[in-house]
Design a protein around this ligand. Structure first.
Ligand SMILES: [Zn+2]
Length: 344
């Protein structure tokens, strides 16, 4: 089968690899009907050390189940399924607590152990716990929005939940990528009164406003902090969604949180230490977040997509076949595209 492999920074290739197949009796194998490129895929695209074996890429997909192992009981061949970016058994202590990304039998797609989703097919460990069977057909017009349930919508929602967004709250979203834009959708869904999007790309800002952003801050650094305070009576916001992962974005996030506020971080951190630790302490700012348990959020978010209340699929502004994936990475890295959908 054909699959996307990254051999080093900037070196993405479509390779012939061994077919995805059942390994464990709890596995399923799916044909990938939709996949996409993630903002987090751009971190290795910038910095991956060169290797001869490379890394299979992609962790977001919708697909059709082709085959299931002997111990798979709730998922069956023919099901159209959402693949969350992490696999999980659905039965351990952490899965019961809704933290599927800490599953004791879990792990992440886009690794040499399980393969990546930017491919023709994918092996799904812990299929019963991992997969979510969709109640729609495979060519449904809602497919782009449904695909966001595998990562970016659930991740934006997790940022909002961990930042304690609620009715009447003031919110700022740091980062205008697909996750940040989905964070705007999530903040609005949860009843936020004021939603400030921090970004400077006109197309992304326009989409953020349509998703519910009430204010735009295009400045950076100290000027951005100043502007957010001006917009919030001098105090800063109750909730900050940190959707980037850089030292500078964390510094901004903690600086714009009001005393007693919270930062929900979902941008994959690129540093070991966290900036503005002292300021967070003296302002009683809660810093929370982490890999989103998107599997836990599908039940809550799916109805709003099916009823047309939210349209997170609008974050996809390019679509390509597998051959176009390397150029899709380039386009997202050059900020030509917000998010690229792949139809293998
Ligand atoms: Zn588990």
């Amino acid at each position: 089968m054909r699959a996307t492999v990254m051999f080093g920074a900037g070196d993405v290739r479509i390779e012939n690899v061994p077919d995805a197949r059942l390994v464990e009796p709890t596995d399923a194998v799916i044909t990938v009907t939709r996949a996409c490129i993630c903002g987090s895929d751009l971190w290795p695209y910038k910095a991956l050390e060169p290797s001869d074996t490379g890394r299979p890429m992609g962790h977001e997909a919708i697909g059709v189940v082709e085959e299931v192992g002997a111990d798979v009981h709730t998922i069956k061949a023919g099901d159209l399924v959402i693949v969350p970016f992490a696999y999980s058994d659905g039965t351990c202590a952490f899965c019961h607590e809704g933290l599927h990304t800490s599953c004791v039998h879990g792990g992440f797609f886009g690794s040499n152990e399980v393969g990546g989703a930017q491919a023709e097919a994918l092996r799904i460990p812990q299929a019963d716990g991992t997969l979510f069977a969709l109640p729609v057909g495979r060519d449904d017009a809602l497919m782009p929005s449904l695909l966001t349930l595998s990562d970016v919508l659930g991740t934006g929602h997790h940022a909002a939940v961990t930042a304690a967004v609620g009715p009447g709250k003031t919110v700022a979203v740091v980062g205008d990528g697909a996750v940040g834009l989905c964070g705007v959708i999530a903040a609005r869904r949860l009843g936020a009164e004021q939603i400030i999007i921090m970004g400077r790309h006109p197309d992304r800002i326009a989409l953020a406003k349509e998703f519910g952003a009430t204010d735009v801050v295009s400045q950076r650094g100290d000027e951005a902090v100043e502007r957010v305070r001006e917009l919030t009576g001098g105090f800063g916001v109750h909730s900050v969604l940190e959707c980037v992962g850089l030292d500078q974005s964390m510094l901004t996030a903690i600086n714009i949180a009001r005393p007693g506020g919270a930062v929900g971080r979902v941008g994959v951190p690129q540093d070991e230490t966290m900036s503005a630790s002292k300021l967070a302490f003296y302002n009683n700012v809660t810093v929370s977040g982490g890999p989103a348990p998107v599997r836990a959020y599908i039940e809550e978010l799916l109805p709003d997509i099916l009823e047309g209340k939210i349209e997170p699929g609008r974050v996809f502004d390019q679509t390509t076949k597998l051959d176009g994936v390397p150029d899709g990475y380039r386009a997202m890295n050059d900020r030509e595209a917000i998010k690229v959908m792949v139809k293998p």
